[in-house]
Design a protein around this ligand. Sequence first.
Ligand code: ADP
Length: 327
Amino acid sequence: MEKKVTKIGVLTSGGDSPGMNACIRAVVRTGLYHGLEMFGILRGFAGMVEDDIIPMESQSVANIIQRGGTILKTARCKEFYEPEGRKKAYQNLKKRGIDGLVIIGGDGSFRGAQIFSNEFDIPCIGLPGTIDKDIAGTDFTIGFDTAVNTAVEAIDKIRDTAEAHDRLFVIEVMGRDAGYIALHSGISTGAENILIPERKTVIEDIILQLAEKERRKKLVNIIVVAEGDEFGGADEVAKVITQRMPQQEVRVCILGHIQRGGSPSCMDRVIASRMGFHAVESLIEGRHNVFVGIVNNRMNYLPLDEAVKKRQRISEEWMNIVKILSS
Ligand code: ADP
């Protein structure tokens, strides 16, 4: 018979995202409700390897639901890539009797969790904490909604000044491998063009479109570029446009880390709470080594092995909407 879980460790790993605190709170309070002992592991897998693990009470997670960042801190941990590092991590959990883990992070963190759960007898649950929304098996990731709304607010402000001066702005948003922030923030601010890593950027097409808009006296243009766009980001795009259209006033704005911070939106707090709750319920019910997401407003469980292999795809429908609405 499967052993019942008694002590759960929770950690945040990889890039931080707003809503991670709300998720930690949900995990800790759900575990305590069921009479389990709860532990916080500091700085992601690094805290597991270096034995930086603290007991968590209800009070430990008081007044954090509205705070950005993560009270447990997050890090990238080189040692965890090595079997020796993972063994050390296992021993540190074992000596405290921790027999379940909840990992809030991105796909890299799930890969680490998947390897760890294959090697050792500690079940792991992965929860999607990333602003990039690039994880398959869920419609939402914790932090995406907040990040994208931060970007929208900034782009709206930039459009005001662009209108005043008849300028073209190239705005870079986060997304090294995924264009979701660019796509959502671009569509919702009426961007004239959106460049994302998942699609090849044909600069000739952009120049042609701009020239055609110039003929129609439409001089204000917003181009939203994901940082991982294959053309090389906002600076490169602006450079080429300036070379080809020297009469056009071009400005670059890189939004950067403001997209990671700030108080999580209502949406992020709610999904973080639901996911955190169901992660603990899953461990209790013996649903082990799964990734917990939300699809069509229902909880969705994918084996960790599958979750790390799949990626979200951007459908043609999205690109079509961008093209038609920005004409
Ligand atoms: P994210 O979770 O945001 O995608 P990373 O890709 O940096 O961030 O992964 C976070 C951490 O997960 C890494 O620093 C490492 O400790 C662990 N990890 C990632 N991939 C692996 C792997 N293949 N094997 C073991 N650990 C890994």
